[in-house]
Design a binder for this molecule. Sequence first.
Ligand SMILES: [Zn+2]
Length: 141
Amino acid sequence: MIPSSGELQADCPCQSGLSFAKCCQPFLDSSSAYTASTAEKLMRSRYCAYTINDSEYLLKTWHPDFRPDSLNLNTEESVSKQQWVGLKIKKTIQGNKNNSIGQVHFIARYKINGKAHKLEENSYFEKINGQWLYLKGDLKT
Ligand SMILES: [Zn+2]
């Protein structure tokens, strides 16, 4: 999915304070060779992928052992019901350039039919062949 130029100049959905073009968009662009240098950057870009229903990117950055066969983000139902509105990174453990595993604890906020919800998760990542991949997450309830 290629966002319009207006979206590129807008603030990144991951709320890093950078524009989408300078933050997560390069990772989501399937024609670019950018890969996230840290687990947190991968996590942020995956959050953005959720906001724009980019299931291709989500599957690409999912560890093959944990990846679902398909993701149905684009169904009319999910688009109208779930709207992502914010991301806050609470804590990261390892996940840096020199690590091969990492954890990111985050809170993502979304709305369903105008009602606010939040999802708190501790996500696990592994770097394989220089590429950070999402393994799985523990939901906090
Ligand atoms: Zn971002």
